[in-house]
Ligand binder design. Structure first.
Ligand code: TMP
Length: 214
């Protein structure tokens, strides 16, 4: 029997409250309805060890040294890649992932001031040249995104949500510059659209760029 065609790796990026999770569900449903095997996953997390690191990173109450924090993000990513993403792609499964390496560049480097060369070094070691086939960047003004995220968390923001407006503005600008620098991989979508319209626009990008039968 011939090996299945490799699946495609699609990442969703953007600031807090931009609607990545809702879009990821909608896209996975559309891909599945089109007959493609599909897996939804997220970062930090997506494999048992990476989920354990997620707990330490997001709710562990530790004020990480910035380099240590980036190393843990990439340790979680490497585990996710090795245990979940690559096996799925090799089995012909399309993978829809909520956040990936662009989030570390946006949050740790542009947000917290980690030098870019640290991100480049860690990415080279952890990813060995691996990159998403397509990245959908959800664009929402940071104030709107934070309002949505806070409404969702019942006014109890996690440590990254609590960073403040200037931080989230830098993160927002970072995603825009990542998309501008890599137009072949990234497509920017207006996240102010209603969820159904956003899913339609995202589906059109996957059809045009990856040949998804949507
Ligand atoms: P989310 O699942 O709600 O998107 O939360 C993940 C949080 O972790 C979010 O605030 C962004 C942050 N994060 C980083 O700071 N760096 C990273 O590399 C990743 C993947 C997430």
């Amino acid at each position: 029997m011939a090996a299945p065609a490799r699946g495609r790796f699609i990442t969703l990026e953007g600031g807090e409250g931009a609607g990545k999770t809702t879009l990821s569900r909608a896209l996975a449903a559309r891909l599945a309805a089109a007959g493609l095997p599909v897996l939804r996953t997220r970062e930090p997390g997506g494999a048992p060890g990476a989920e354990a690191l997620r707990g330490l990173l997001l709710t562990g109450g530790i004020a990480w040294d910035p380099v240590a924090e980036a190393m843990l993000m990439f340790a979680a990513r490497r585990e996710h890649l090795a245990k979940t993403i690559l096996p799925a792609l090799q089995a012909g499964i399309w993978v829809v992932c909520d956040r990936f390496a662009d989030s570390t560049l946006a949050y740790q480097c542009h947000g917290h001031g980690l030098p870019r060369r640290v991100w480049e070094g860690l990415a080279a070691v952890a990813l060995e040249g691996f990159a998403p086939d397509c990245t959908l960047v959800l664009d929402l003004p940071p104030a709107q995104g934070m309002a949505r995220a806070l409404a969702r968390s019942g006014g109890a923001p996690d440590r990254i949500e609590a960073m403040g407006e200037a931080f989230h503005s830098r993160v927002h600008a970072a995603f825009q510059s990542i998309a501008t620098a890599e137009p072949g991989r990234c497509a920017v979508l207006d996240a102010k659209m209603p969820p159904a319209a956003l899913a339609e626009a995202a589906g059109a990008v996957l059809r045009d760029r990856l040949g998804a039968p949507l």
